[in-house]
Design a protein around this ligand. Structure first.
Ligand SMILES: [Zn+2]
Length: 113
């Protein structure tokens, strides 16, 4: 399951942050999940729960915001939401599209004690 390895690397990052802040308890984590990252929030949350069992993060809550996919056209600089993975500019029908958001997973904030 691809979410399990994501949960694991997420925990590594959180662990590092907690050590840096001398925190002992992790309460909540807020994540941004890009629409294109192919992560299923429910499944990630399930894996995260299993992975933090019997660690100092046990009981931590995962909050997730799904970030829609946005693109920018290289030909006319138009920015737009990409729907149904249609990488085509709605303004000039160009196909030189850069994705500007919606691809990654990032930690927005974490609440520790
Ligand atoms: Zn365009």
């Amino acid at each position: 399951m691809h979410e399990m390895s994501i949960a694991q690397s997420l925990i590594d990052i959180l662990q590092e942050e907690m050590t840096r802040h001398n925190a002992t308890v992790l309460k909540t984590v807020r994540l941004r999940i890009g629409e294109l990252s192919a992560i299923v929030p429910d499944s990630l949350s399930f894996c995260f729960e299993i992975a933090i069992k019997d660690t100092n993060m046990e009981g931590a809550r995962l909050n997730m915001d799904v970030i829609p996919l946005r693109g920018a056209c290289r030909d006319c600089q138009n920015e737009f939401d990409i729907k149904d993975y249609a990488f085509e500019c709605p303004q000039c029908q160009g196909t030189n599209i850069d994705t500007i958001s919606g691809q990654d997973l990032s930690i927005v904030e974490m609440e520790v004690e």
